[in-house]
Design a protein around this ligand. Structure first.
Ligand code: FAD
Length: 450
């Protein structure tokens, strides 16, 4: 007998409950991945990263991985019939599109007397699980995180010692991935990256994570996005770490809980992906039109004239990754200094991030825009100059990404306007005045609240 393991956001073999369920269900396991044109447009960093991860998974499954292209509703049912599989095993999907797709696949399989079996999810505690005393979802982070910690993450699942892969079903060719940056794809690379982080950077993470000039975070967002490593594994390792200050361990755990929280919010409110969570700000006035489009283009290209903003936007284009502090600073600049509605920026991020994830990205944007769950108070508008000087104290990060400012030493790189030779290498002048735009943002906010 054969069971299908349909891989999606779970491209690994360790700590994989759906894989264990498939092994349990039949004599052999047929690994399948469906390239869904709806989710994958060739050339975006995210799609290329996925191809690289699939290439690694192909090797890990001893070249038995079957790749098919097309609408999963037709493809999965067809492959199940071809292989004579009674069950198709998946990790439960929790995004709006994934849920709808899985229901349609489940129905197509059932029409042919086959079953879709959901085991586990991409999260340590699946979305929808943590509810408050009156069985309702939590609306803000801190009480959610307390309840999440009380619940506790389950133990990781063992990697099976022997996996009876099914051979003999033809696969489509896997296109070769183009350059996908410096965060190597695949399960082995993710595990190596994690071990190195535990050894070298967990200690000091609480403060280090705020500094874009240091390489002090784990860069596991893309591996987590594709499920090359599971958060359960990370949490179990953190629980057994010794000799590292508790505050560093707890801070990393808290970041993982943010990921879980945003997935939970999306689960309960699928419309929150592209609509303001806070209805009271529905009337906030945003700018659009040709003049605004030009400002947005300058923001996208990293040519706003604000060094820290430009450094972040250029890092995004170059690496497909941006430091968390910079995601906040650049998002604040678009929404509060340029008065542009956050989905414009969220779309740009998703188009360029290797870790682009609907729940973390779009809710992260809403947090900054002030329309989200734990909105940062709207009046706390990020000042790009003070943020730069505080979190990139020696100007290292700016000089790395903005060569036109490489000649300005130390903090001077954050304020080229204060230096005679500041614009010697054609760095653009500021496209807006922050102090004015800050006042404008606050007055729009006051008008919307009235
Ligand atoms: P680390 O500091 O090593 O954190 C470890 C892990 O915790 C991350 O890999 C991530 O899975 C999780 N995490 C950390 N911070 C957050 C957070 N604020 N929200 C949710 N999860 C978090 N993260 C994404 O994975 N995909 C996105 O598309 C995304 N878009 C964002 C957009 C904006 C506007 C903002 C403010 C944040 C966004 N984040 C996103 C969250 C965060 O910036 C990244 O997860 C982090 O920078 C990834 O780098 P790292 O793995 O080195 O992080």
């Amino acid at each position: 007998t054969v069971a299908i393991l349909w891989f999606r956001r779970d491209l690994r073999l360790h700590d994989h409950p759906a894989l264990l369920a498939a092994i349990e269900a039949a004599d052999e396991v047929l690994p399948l991945f469906v390239i869904d044109p709806h989710l994958m447009s060739r050339g975006t960093p995210r799609s290329e990263r996925l191809l690289a991860s699939l290439a690694a998974l192909g090797k890990d499954t001893r070249d038995t991985l079957v790749i098919r292209r097309g609408d999963p509703v037709e493809v999965v049912a067809r492959v199940a019939k071809q292989a004579g599989a009674r069950t198709v095993h998946v990790s439960r999907e929790t995004t709006p599109y994934g849920r709808e797709r899985d229901e349609a696949v489940e129905k197509a399989l059932a029409d042919d007397h086959r079953e879709l079996v959901r085991t586990g999810s991409p999260y340590a505690i699946g979305p929808g699980t943590i509810v408050n005393g009156s069985d309702s979802p939590y609306k803000v982070f801190t009480p959610f995180s307390r309840a999440w910690r009380r619940h506790g993450a389950p133990e990781p699942a063992e990697r099976p010692t022997r996996i009876p892969w099914h051979h003999g079903i033809r696969s489509d060719d896997l296109p070769e991935a183009k350059d996908v940056g410096d965060i190597e794809a695949g399960e082995a690379a993710a595990r190596t990256r994690w071990k190195a982080f535990l050894e070298n950077d967990l200690e000091g993470y609480k403060d280090g994570r705020e500094r874009p000039d240091l390489d002090a975070t784990s860069k596991l967002s893309a591996p987590l996005k594709y499920g090359e490593i599971h958060p359960r594994t990370l949490l179990a390792d953190l629980a057994s770490v010794t000799g590292v200050p508790t505050q560093d361990v707890e801070t990393y755990e808290t970041e993982i809980i943010w990921r879980e929280f945003y997935a939970d919010v999306l689960w309960h409110q699928p419309e929150s992906a592209w609509h303001d969570l806070r209805p009271e700000l529905g009337g906030l006035a945003y700018d659009s039109g040709t003049a605004t489009d030009e400002l947005v283009e300058a923001w996208k290209a990293g040519r706003t004239g604000y060094p820290i903003v430009d450094a972040g936007m250029r890092q995004l284009l170059e690496l497909g990754w941006m430091h968390n502090r910079l995601r906040m600073i650049t998002a604040s600049f678009l929404t509060k200094d340029l008065h542009v509605w956050w989905p414009v920026g969220a779309r740009h991020f998703l188009d360029h991030l290797l870790d682009g994830d609907l729940s973390s990205n779009n809710h992260g944007w809403q947090w900054v825009a002030g329309t989200g769950t734990d909105a940062s108070p709207y009046f706390r508008v990020f000042n790009p100059v003070t943020q730069g000087k505080k979190f990139d104290p020696d100007g290292e990060y700016v000089r790395r990404w903005v060569p036109e400012l490489a000649h300005l030493p130390g903090k001077a790189a954050h304020e080229p306007w204060d230096h005679e030779d500041g614009y010697e290498h054609d760095y653009p002048t500021r496209i807006v005045e922050h102090d004015e735009e800050r006042k404008e943002a606050l007055s729009r906010y006051e008008r919307a609240r009235r």
